[in-house]
Design a protein around this ligand. Structure first.
Ligand code: IPM
Ligand code: MG
Length: 360
């Protein structure tokens, strides 16, 4: 059963508003021509919200995000806000949204469109056909663990500290997410940890193994994070689903994104236990190219596809969005980040126009 519902749109900073605008044109078309039934409302977040309201996640924005069925976020941050206090930095809005809404499962696909094989820095034979899903735990681990702080000891020496902590239920639920996703794919899960050094990883490995016994049809392997980084650039096609902690997932997903040629192509979903989700491009706010109509809107448009598929159970419209992106790539449309040397380049809006036109 497909669902209709509300989307909170948080464009944010830098290129966020530009790429979000193109994604909204896609939603508008799906509403107008295919009765998608998605109503959306936007609100400021990140640096833009700080400038307007003195806080990166104003109460009204959080309330809107809470009440919506899904959230579409552009990007947050930029040099303008680098020197304000930690609690007011744009990134805090992201972390607060994740934790307030309990969006514990972060899905980051690293998928190579065949047309873009040449855009990868790795040899085409190493990456062609690449299709990995990174499942990153998003509301625990060292990002949120207590105690944490920055202080001075009795001898006047400053020190900073964070705690990597996982409770069994947190590991269990993200492991279930990963195994369920693997069942829809190639039925392999690789759990990434640092169990040779850290107790928290020892528990992680034990619980993931235990959950894995409930999925006998899914193959489970374990890898240390350092080796996983190496394997990811050496032979990335060995992976199907990777499940890992918040910090390791942050690092691995950036590396994985580059295998696909451009971080400008990759969508992501951050889900709660009921598949309510926040959808956003994996790329950041790219302040250096903001406002110039040159950013790639495809990651944000593909995020709308993930939203339709996951939160609204609308496979038909999700496929339409993804096929439209494939079609414009096959037609040779390229923003600067995915163009080969000498290929003609289109701007953000022109790429949006093409995708909107290709949805049919
Ligand atoms: C990401 C980003 C964030 C993170 C930052 C902006 C807080 O790098 O979504 O991967 O570290 O989670
Ligand atoms: Mg990151």
């Amino acid at each position: 059963m497909t669902k209709t519902g509300t989307v909170a749109v948080l464009p944010g900073d830098g290129i966020g508003p530009e790429v979000t605008e193109q994604a909204l044109r896609v939603i508008d078309k799906l509403n107008a021509e295919f009765s998608a039934g998605l109503t959306w409302q936007s609100a400021p977040v990140g640096g833009a919200a700080y400038d307007l309201h003195g806080h990166p996640l104003p109460p009204d924005t959080l309330a809107l995000a809470r009440s919506a069925d899904a959230i579409l976020l552009g990007a947050v941050g930029g040099p303008k806000w680098e020197n304000i206090t930690r609690e007011h930095r744009p990134e805090r809005a992201l972390l607060a949204l994740r934790s307030e809404l309990e969006l514990f499962a972060n899905l980051r696909p690293a998928f190579l469109f065949p047309e873009l094989a040449a855009a990868s820095t790795l040899k085409p034979e190493v990456v062609s056909g690449l299709d990995i899903m990174i499942v990153r735990e998003l509301t625990g681990g060292i990002y949120f663990g207590q105690p944490r702080g920055l202080t001075t000891d009795d001898h006047g020496v400053r020190f900073g500290f964070n705690t990597m902590v996982y409770r069994e239920p947190e590991i269990r639920r993200i492991a279930h997410t990963a195994f369920r996703i693997a069942r829809q794919r190639n039925k392999r899960v690789c759990s990434v940890d640092k169990a040779n050094v850290m107790e928290v990883s020892e528990l992680w490995r034990e619980i993931v193994t235990d959950v894995g016994s409930e999925y006998p049809d899914v193959g489970l392997s374990h890898m240390y994070i350092d080796n996983a980084c190496m394997q990811l650039v050496r032979a990335p096609k060995q992976f199907d689903v990777i499940v890992t902690t918040n910090l390791f997932g942050d690092i691995l997903s950036d590396a994985a994104s580059m295998l696909t040629g451009s971080i400008g192509m990759l969508p992501s979903a951050s889900l709660d236990a009921d598949n309510k989700g926040m959808y956003e491009p994996v790329h950041g706010s790219a302040p250096d190219i903001a406002g110039q109509d040159i950013a790639n809107p495809l990651a944000t448009i593909l995020s709308v596809g993930m939203m339709l598929r996951t939160t609204f159970d609308n496979t038909k419209l999700a496929n339409k969005v993804e096929n439209a992106v494939r079609e414009v790539l096959a037609d040779g449309l390229r923003t600067g980040d995915i163009a080969n040397h000498g290929e003609p380049i289109v701007g953000t809006r022109e790429m949006g126009d093409a995708v909107v036109a290709a949805i049919g």
